[in-house]
Design a binder for this molecule. Structure first.
Ligand SMILES: CC(=O)SCCNC(=O)CCNC(=O)[C@H](O)C(C)(C)COP(=O)(O)OP(=O)(O)OC[C@H]1O[C@@H](n2cnc3c(N)ncnc32)[C@H](O)[C@@H]1OP(=O)(O)O
Ligand SMILES: O=C([O-])CC(=O)C(=O)O
Length: 432
């Protein structure tokens, strides 16, 4: 008998939400009524996280306070550092985050004084430092201690550089560094950088210049990153922040529906995000495309893989049928970053894979596809791509956990049984 393809709950309306809409007309995405294009172009990740968790965009004072709060929350407790240091160097980074999250839950448990929104802020601020502390500890450094001291000065310098009068576009795009590797193409095709945290007219005072994106890149590289990298990283966090009833969010809601605690919901989310059909796809994309040096090679290999019925990671989507609007945004930024990267050829290589997927399968790239090269061009190790997704999605998970708790009923569907029936009892000695 042929095995039926599982339904995977496709098309099933499994609940109600006021947090986001995905795939209206096959392509749209909104967070609490705001279009993803506006959030990515005009907003920052901190504004997005605030919006998702607190239900409204922050005003100037609220944003200043929120950045200050996240900055203060980004210091790792000593006990947590020691726990992270005990984890093996070859542990999976997503398990490091799960372990870190569980450990934090024992050190700073949920309570009436420490509720979901505050715990989410703490985790959003602390997930990057947790990952990088573990990562650098095994390379002989205790990064979060040394760099936390330096970072206050660095942030001042970054702020002054970003807002200084007379900064040319090229200087602003290049931050404190180099010229692009392919400058003529770069100046012709860069998306505008005039908005967002670096250039916003409402930029808070220098000591509130903390951003999750800037802090992560600073801790990773040990120096402040170019403005363009901080901006693109920030945009990617906004794009990754929320996506309705995707698998990890739904899993977190299932955990919330049993009245479990906040940390357990988040650990569920991290475990579900890890798989290659979901968040793990951005790493799988990188592992594939970095094998190719030319578009022709990529095209040939993609066709061969499709002929073998292999999946090409970073393509397709359960809900979008026309395109993933987040992909259009991150694709442009990946191209821009490619001009400054020694590995810039990976952008035309990616385009070649996209071309074949459209031609052969009618499939479009999802957010994970061009995020991979965007992160790679920023010098981020591939193993950190999915953990970065966690930092962003903490905002969406939290919004959903809070929503589930506000109007809860345990999530417990039924299954159609197709196993054996009416078997006679077998005594122990009679079993084979
Ligand atoms: C941020 C995110 O998490 S986005 C998702 C990231 N995941 C990936 O990129 C993994 C690759 N993509 C996939 O596996 C799927 O498209 C998913 C998991 C995203 C969606 O899965 P589903 O909605 O169940 O789609 P389904 O698997 O039924 O695909 C429909 C058809 O397209 C094919 N298809 C879908 N995606 C791909 C792909 N990436 N490569 C090749 N073929 C594909 C399927 O094989 C299937 O073909 P069939 O009808 O001949 O069996
Ligand atoms: O919605 C989904 O199934 C997967 C996705 O794109 C996301 O979680 O961002």
């Amino acid at each position: 008998m042929a095995v039926k393809k599982p339904g995977g709950l496709a098309g099933v309306e499994a609940g109600v939400t006021a947090i986001s809409t995905v795939g209206k007309d096959g392509r749209g995405l909104t967070y609490r009524g705001y279009g993803i294009e506006d959030l990515a172009e005009h907003g920052s990740f901190e504004e997005t996280a605030y919006l998702l968790i607190r239900g409204k965009l922050p005003n100037v004072d609220e944003l200043t306070d929120y950045r200050r709060k996240l900055d203060a929350a980004s210091r790792l407790p000593e006990t947590l550092k020691r726990i992270l240091e005990l984890l093996p160097a070859d542990a999976h980074p997503m398990e490091v985050l799960q372990a870190g999250c569980v450990a934090l839950g024992t050190l700073e448990p949920e309570s009436p004084q420490r509720q979901a929104a505050d715990l989410a802020d703490r985790l959003i601020a602390l997930t990057g430092p947790m990952l990088l502390h573990w990562y650098y500890f095994h390379r002989g450094e205790r990064v979060s201690e040394t760099l936390a001291v330096k970072s206050a000065d660095a942030r001042q310098a970054v702020f002054k550089a970003d807002t200084a009068d007379g900064l040319t576009e090229a200087e602003a795009l290049g931050g404190d560094e180099d010229a692009p590797a392919a400058s003529s193409a770069a100046s012709a095709q860069q998306p505008a950088l005039a908005t967002g945290p670096a250039a916003s007219a409402q930029q808070p005072a220098a000591d509130e210049d903390y951003t999750v994106a800037g802090h992560f890149l600073y801790l990773l590289h040990g120096k402040h990153a170019a403005i363009r990298a901080r901006r693109v990283f920030d945009i990617s966090l906004t794009l990754y922040a929320e996506h309705e009833f995707n698998a990890s969010t739904f899993a977190a809601r299932v955990t919330a529906s049993t009245l479990s605690n906040f940390y357990s919901c988040i650990v569920t989310g991290i475990g579900t995000l890890r798989g290659n059909l979901h968040g793990g796809a951005n790493e799988a994309v990188m592992e594939l495309i970095e094998r190719f040096t030319t578009p022709e090679e990529a095209e040939e290999a993609t066709r061969a893989r499709l002929a073998e019925k292999q999946l090409i990671m970073g393509f397709g989507h359960r809900v979008y049928s026309v395109s993933d609007p987040r992909s259009d945004i991150i694709k442009k930024w990946s191209e821009t970053l490619s001009f400054w990267s020694e590995d810039g050829h990976l952008y035309p290589v990616s385009e070649a894979v996209e071309r074949v997927m459209r031609e052969e399968k009618g499939l479009f790239p999802n957010l994970d596809f061009y995020s991979a090269t965007a992160y790679h061009f920023m010098g981020i190790p591939t193993a950190m791509f999915t953990p970065i997704f966690v930092i962003a999605r903490l905002a969406g998970w939290t919004a959903h956990i809070m929503e589930q708790r506000r109007n809860n009923r345990i999530i417990r569907p039924t299954a159609a049984y197709d196993g054996p029936d009416n078997l006679p009892w077998l005594e122990l000695h009679a079993r084979r």
